[in-house]
Design a protein around this ligand. Structure first.
Ligand SMILES: Cc1cc2nc3c(=O)[nH]c(=O)nc-3n(C[C@H](O)[C@H](O)[C@H](O)COP(=O)(O)O)c2cc1C
Length: 207
């Protein structure tokens, strides 16, 4: 396990409100914490009072090249504490906006699980949309910060997936962490587009 205080090229923010009920993310969490070069924040354990240490989180992000958001999908989005983390840590003037460059050139990777099967994420399924339809908020968050949004790693049907499939998923995740940034699909990935926020879109008096 990596010393929490050492700079790490990979920072995993693992957000699960109830690890005891977890079948998939708990195993991914174990894989991340036992892989060299990976720093992991168990978000709900670290901030049970929702008092996120913004500067400490920003320092972890600055030290990382790959930022991983790892969580079960809840209401087509991320768990509440992770959303608060995004709201507070990715601040104006640091993560995005005039002159902000702290995250520019870094990579953001979503590693998520869903209860619904892949077939439910379909116009004819009960989730009515392909799963990709829920990704633009993540992708544009990355873009606004000058980050590349890497192809997400998603396990659908987390409750009913065969144990062997879950084990394979966890093993692929570990292998990905170990081999980053040498992933074949990254060669073809375009650099991030520039997204500048005009001053009139900010509260008066803020710079
Ligand atoms: C409050 C809540 C909301 C959820 N919303 C969704 C959802 O929108 N789509 C979905 O497919 N599964 C949803 N689920 C199911 C979780 O995604 C699923 O339990 C999780 O991915 C399983 O991973 P785990 O074994 O690590 O807990 C939700 C679960 C909870 C508790």
């Amino acid at each position: 396990m990596v010393n929490e205080n050492q700079p790490s090229p990979i920072y995993v923010i693992a957000a699960h409100p109830n690890w005891r009920d977890s079948r998939v993310n708990r195993q991914l969490h174990t894989a991340a914490t036992t892989t060299a070069g990976v720093s992991v924040c168990d978000l709900y354990e670290t901030y049970p009072d929702y008092a996120i240490e913004i500067q400490a989180e920003q320092a972890k992000l600055e030290a990382a090249q790959l930022v991983v958001l790892m969580h079960p999908v809840q209401w087509y989005s991320m768990p509440a504490l992770l959303k608060l983390w995004v709201d507070e840590v990715l601040s104006y003037g640091w993560a995005y906006g005039q002159g902000a460059s702290a995250l520019k050139g870094k990579d953001l990777w979503l590693v998520a699980s869903t209860g619904g099967a892949e077939s439910s994420h379909h116009p004819q399924g009960y989730n009515r949309y392909f799963f990709d339809a829920f990704l633009p908020p993540y992708e544009q968050t990355a873009a606004l910060c000058g980050m590349r949004f890497l192809p997400p790693m998603v396990l659908h049907g987390a409750h009913s997936a065969p144990a062997a499939l879950v084990a394979e998923h966890v093993s692929t995740f570990r292998e990905r962490l170990q081999t980053y940034p040498h992933w074949p699909e990254l060669d073809d990935l375009a650099d991030c587009v520039a997204c500048e926020v005009p001053e009139q879109d900010r509260p008066a008096g803020e710079h």
